[in-house]
Design a protein around this ligand. Structure first.
Ligand code: SF4
Length: 171
């Protein structure tokens, strides 16, 4: 399921969803890019630009919740990559793999020839996923072929969780 912001021609970016004013304020305080769902469409922050939605996209938004995370593409396509309500959020890093397991469901050509995508986008996603997320799956292929960015993703998650834990113990 995807949504289209017809007049968006900006850069590819990661955004969090706010449906309530309090969530918008919380995400703004965290310095994260946000799509704020209001009655007549959505507003993109930090720039505060409003976009109208088609009826079918208004309907699709009913499936999404506060703090869900989306990839927003340069043509305005909005695709959810993290769902707060799900315990099965997974990130498919690459189909490439340097093993050759006999039971592998992927064709050898896919495992050997497919390029590993730059994994920088994972770092931005890591910042947006709420610290309360208890379970994330990283999969492939062999995800560690993505290199050091994958460790950055893991390190940011560990850092955010430890900051949140220390805030709780201080209060
Ligand atoms: S993708 Fe998984 S199952 Fe397939 S060869 Fe690599 S490690 Fe083995």
């Amino acid at each position: 399921m995807s949504i289209k912001l017809e007049e968006y021609f900006g850069k590819m970016r990661i955004v969090s969803l706010a449906r309530r004013k309090e969530t918008l304020e919380d995400l703004n305080r965290s310095g994260l890019d946000v799509v704020y769902k209001n009655q007549n469409g959505i507003t993109l922050y930090p720039e505060g630009i409003h976009y109208n939605l088609k009826d079918k996209d208004e309907f699709t938004f009913l499936n999404y919740e506060d703090y869900d995370v989306f990839e927003l593409y340069t043509d305005g396509t909005l695709i959810r990559c993290f769902s707060v309500a799900s315990t099965e959020n997974f990130f498919f890093i690459t189909p490439q793999c340097n093993s050759a397991c006999i039971m592998c469901p992927s064709a050898a050509a896919v495992r050997k020839l497919h390029e590993v995508k730059n994994a920088n986008w994972l770092i931005d996603i890591a910042r947006h996923i709420p610290v309360t997320a208890s379970h994330l799956t990283i999969t492939g292929g062999e995800p560690f072929l993505a290199g050091l960015e994958l460790f950055d993703f893991l390190n940011i998650r560990i850092l955010l969780r430890s900051l949140s834990t220390s805030k709780v113990s201080e209060s």
